[in-house]
Structure formats: structure tokens, C-alpha cells
Write a protein that binds this ligand. Structure first.
Ligand code: LMR
Length: 397
């Protein structure tokens, strides 16, 4: 009976927001969830979103989108049986749930080196190399969640080399495009580097953060096929239109190529994605998709989005700097806080352990995830000094 269902544990990220809401201390800070907030710590509705919505009132368009990492996981489970996904250690708290729920086996590759508070690049390369050929390698396109540590452009080249040598399939999760550098283009360079090599890849893209559309669940799963010929499809000789016995005929194959054996891949993939979506949620809600389509499809709005993106990323960079300055000025233990400046995007991986994060919350009313991650998007300039006090106290006591 329903009575027998036990209580689920709170989500390691979203549960932090629930605890924050229940606290009424005046200095409380929610640095748990990676969601952009203004200097007044309010959600931000982008001007381009308001304009896009106005445009939508003026003229109706229909566009559909596909959502997103969970979807891609279902595709792997169904069409790449036995394949494994390699995820970074650490990674976004929900990746493991997504693959577990889809029944896709996963293991971790080394990523974060606590000694240098930087990237364990050699460990990462060694683990990707050691994985069986054809493994899906989950990569964060930019602004790695939760560490805020990205590979350099040279390191990305090397990662692509190894993935190519091993015939692995790169699977990009792009949730923070724009928040690493402030530029949407620059933050796409890792994905573009792989695509330029003609590699097949999966890209799960989210617009929650960079368009502030959190509640719309708006994202896309992009499946990049190896050649444009394959993507477009060669001829219509596929599926039920070609009698099976003809496919095996040498003459037929010589005349039509192997089109009846090698079907146009992207059409196949698309058809299967549709099939996966149908029992899950049938059709995606359209409102958020239309907003995004209006922004990216209109050059004025697109340029304005780039400016607003710079503004949001700039605010986070400035509180990052202010937090670093406050920590350096207040802490006389000699600890080097420069890792905070080296990390990028919304997050800083502070190195605070579980007990110390508990001190942050119980004593200082600062809400954060237990892995030591803080979302700088939830910090205002006015509260940097307070946060520095809380961090120093938690580190040294
Ligand atoms: C986060 O990591 O905080 C965000 O991606 C939000 C979420 O849903 O976990």
C-alpha cells in the first residue's frame, strides 16, 4: 500500500533550498543551488526573455525541442547495450541518478586534485584511455559543476585525441554556457573543437541558467552525426520501402550504394528520440522553447542576450574577486585563497569538508552543498565580508 512507501532523502542540491526557505535569519544566504540571482539576491528575468514573450504575443510560431541529459541516457540504454558512461569525479550530483535510473552503468574518471585544488589532468587522461573502446565520456562543456575548474584549450585538444584514439563517444553536458567567460561563443569552444574533428557526439544543452528560464525545463539534446551526408540521409531506400532480400543483393547495393543497409542516421536517431519521449511525456511544453527560438532566431535579441550574459557573468566575477579579497584580508593563517580566483563559472569548490559545511549552516546560516561547493550566483557584494568570516571560522575551528 502507499502507506508502506518510505521517506526519500532530501536532494543534495534542491534540498538545500528547502532548508534555506525554512530559515528566517536576516543574514541567511543560499549558496546551494546554481541559479543566477541579482545583487539584491532576486531571480533575474532577462530583458530578451520579456521581449521574446512580447514577440510571441504578436505572432505565433511552432517549434519543438528535446530535453535533455536523461533523454540521452535512455538512448544509450536502448541502443548501446552494455556501453558504459564515464563521469568526472566529482560531477553534478544528479548525473549518477540520471544514469542509475536509466539503467546505464557508469564509473568515474579522475578530475579534481585536492592537493592542487586544480585539474588532475594526467589522471583524467589515464582513466579515459583505460576505458573500453566505445565508452561514452561525459564532459562538462564549460564551467565544470561543482569544481569550477576547466581544462585549458591545449588540454581539450589532448582529451579529444585520446577519445578519438579509443573510439569513445563524447557526451557534453552544457548547462552553463556563457558563465565561464561571459561569452556564449568562447564557452562553446570545447564542443566546437570536437565537432570540427568530425566526431559523433551527444550534447545535452540547458537554457535554464543562461536565459534564466529555470521553471520552463528548457533544453535540447543534440546528436551530431559524423558527416553531413549521413545527417541528411542519402536516398529514400530504407525501412519498409526496400524489400529485405534486395538489400542483400550485390547488384542492388552496387546501384544504390549501401543505403538500404546504412540508413540515414540522424533520421533514425530522431525517430528513436521521439519514440523514447512519447511514453515519458509525449510532447515537451512549448512556451520555453518558443522563447529560446525567438531569442536565438532574431539577431537583435541574440546580440542583446550576449550583452546580458556578459552582465550576469560579470556580476559573478566581481563577487568572486570581492570574496577573495575579503578572505585574504581577514585570514591571517597564511592560507592561499587564490584557487577561488582560478575557478570559473557560477561555482567555487571551497575545500570545506562535510562537518565544516554544517558549521557554515548551523552557525552562520549559509546554505551550501555538503561537498563544499558554493554558488557565487547566490552571493551579493554586500554579503562577501560576512561569507568570508563564515568560511574562515569554519575552516579553522
Ligand atoms: C546545480 O547544480 O545547482 C544546478 O544544476 C541546479 C540543479 O538542478 O541541480
Amino acid at each position: 500500500r502507499f502507506n508502506d512507501i518510505t521517506m526519500a532523502p532530501p536532494d543534495p542540491i534542491l534540498g538545500v533550498s528547502e532548508a534555506f526557505k525554512a530559515d528566517d535569519h536576516e543574514m541567511k544566504l543560499n549558496l546551494g543551488v546554481g541559479a543566477y540571482r541579482t545583487e539584491d539576491l532576486q531571480p533575474y528575468v532577462l530583458n530578451v526573455v520579456k521581449k521574446a514573450e512580447n514577440l510571441m504575443l504578436e505572432r505565433e510560431i511552432t517549434k519543438r525541442n528535446w530535453v535533455s541529459a536523461a533523454f540521452a541516457a535512455a538512448l544509450i540504454e536502448r541502443y548501446f547495450p552494455g556501453s558504459k558512461v564515464l563521469i568526472s569525479s566529482p560531477t553534478w550530483g544528479n548525473h549518477k541518478n540520471i544514469f542509475n535510473d536509466a539503467g546505464v552503468p557508469w564509473s568515474e574518471y579522475r578530475y579534481y586534485d585536492p592537493k592542487t585544488v586544480g585539474l588532475d589532468f594526467d589522471g583524467m587522461i589515464a582513466d579515459i584511455k583505460a576505458a573500453p573502446e566505445g565508452t561514452f565520456v561525459l564532459l562538462h562543456g564549460c564551467a565544470h559543476n561543482p569544481t569550477g575548474i576547466d581544462p585549458t584549450p591545449e588540454q581539450w585538444e589532448r582529451i579529444a585525441d585520446v577519445i578519438q584514439e579509443k573510439s569513445h563517444i563524447p557526451f557534453f553536458d552544457v548547462a552553463y554556457q556563457g558563465f565561464a567567460s561571459g561569452s556564449l561563443d568562447k564557452d562553446a569552444s570545447s564542443v566546437r573543437l570536437f565537432a570540427a574533428r568530425g566526431m559523433e557526439l551527444l550534447i545535452a544543452q540547458s537554457y535554464s541558467k543562461n536565459l534564466g528560464l529555470y521553471a520552463e525545463r528548457i533544453g535540447a539534446i543534440n546528436v551530431v552525426c559524423s558527416t553531413s551526408e549521413v545527417a541528411k540521409g542519402k536516398e529514400q531506400y530504407h525501412g519498409s520501402s526496400v524489400p529485405e532480400e534486395l538489400c542483400a543483393e550485390k547488384e542492388f547495393v552496387a546501384k544504390h550504394g549501401s543505403t538500404c543497409l546504412v540508413k540515414p542516421v540522424s533520421l533514425q536517431v530522431k525517430s528513436q528520440l521521439k519514440r523514447i519521449a512519447r511514453p515519458m511525456y509525449s510532447n515537451p511544453p512549448i512556451h520555453g522553447a518558443r522563447i529560446v527560438a525567438n531569442v536565438v532566431g532574431n539577431s537583435d535579441l541574440f546580440n542583446e542576450w550576449k550583452e546580458e550574459m556578459e552582465l550576469m557573468a560579470g556580476r559573478i566575477m566581481s563577487v568572486r574577486k570581492k570574496l577573495y579579497d575579503s578572505l585574504s584580508a581577514k585570514d591571517n593563517s597564511g592560507k592561499d585563497w587564490s584557487f577561488i580566483l582560478k575557478q570559473i563559472g557560477m561555482f567555487s569548490f571551497t575545500g570545506l569538508n562535510k562537518a565544516q559545511t554544517e558549521n557554515m549552516t548551523s552557525k552562520w546560516h549559509v546554505y551550501m552543498t555538503k561537498d563544499g561547493r558554493i554558488s557565487l550566483a547566490g552571493l551579493s557584494s554586500a554579503k562577501c565580508e560576512y561569507l568570508a568570516d563564515a568560511i574562515i571560522d569554519s575552516f579553522h575551528n
